[in-house]
Design a protein around this ligand. Sequence first.
Ligand SMILES: C[S@@+](CC[C@H](N)C(=O)[O-])C[C@H]1O[C@@H](n2cnc3c(N)ncnc32)[C@H](O)[C@@H]1O
Length: 203
Amino acid sequence: MPREHPVFAWFYETMSRPAEWLGAQSGMNRMRSRLVASLDGRVLEVGAGNGLNFGHYAPHAAVVGLEPDWQMLRRAVPRANASRARISLVAADGETLPFASGSFDAVVSCLVLCTVPDANRALAEMRRVLRPGGQLHFVEHVRARPGWLASVQDAVDPAWAWMFAGCHPNRDTKGAIESAGFRIEKMKEGAGGMMIRGRALKA
Ligand SMILES: C[S@@+](CC[C@H](N)C(=O)[O-])C[C@H]1O[C@@H](n2cnc3c(N)ncnc32)[C@H](O)[C@@H]1O
């Protein structure tokens, strides 16, 4: 169901600009490029936000950018138009994907499973719309391994979620990906275990 977080969308757009200006010198840009540049065929990006990944897709990718927040979606339009890939935008929730089963070669989730209200349902939907052998490509921030950092994440969670449009800093997203029936083929951790990036196969 489309919704709006105008303050968060403005904040996210403002924070995005310096990384975009920096181009390849920005670590975030390199991460985005590593995530999507090699993807081919029919790609679904869930929670595409203001379209920061769109400039990193290869020309032959046919990408659907799905995003429920109109304030994000309208900011994604110019980036979709400027992309070398074919990008169509769809306003919908990740928990109820309006696509046939098996209709995508790859699904991308970039800093999204922290925010989706029902991450388990969204992952089940991502798995459903992937073709057999299709892959989920993810970059997510997650709960660190047990220790002081994870305790801080737990403590700040309610205020964090209020400030950042429902984002939770302490989710076990790796566990959720595996519980949804994906097999993680490759994964790297960063930022003291607070970031994960990798790919998972529809097992
Ligand atoms: C932190 S932003 C990340 C945006 C983008 N993926 C990126 O890499 O910059 C999180 C995004 O998840 C979206 N989101 C929130 N709930 C969602 C849901 N139920 N289904 C799909 N996307 C959702 C938000 O609207 C927001 O655009």
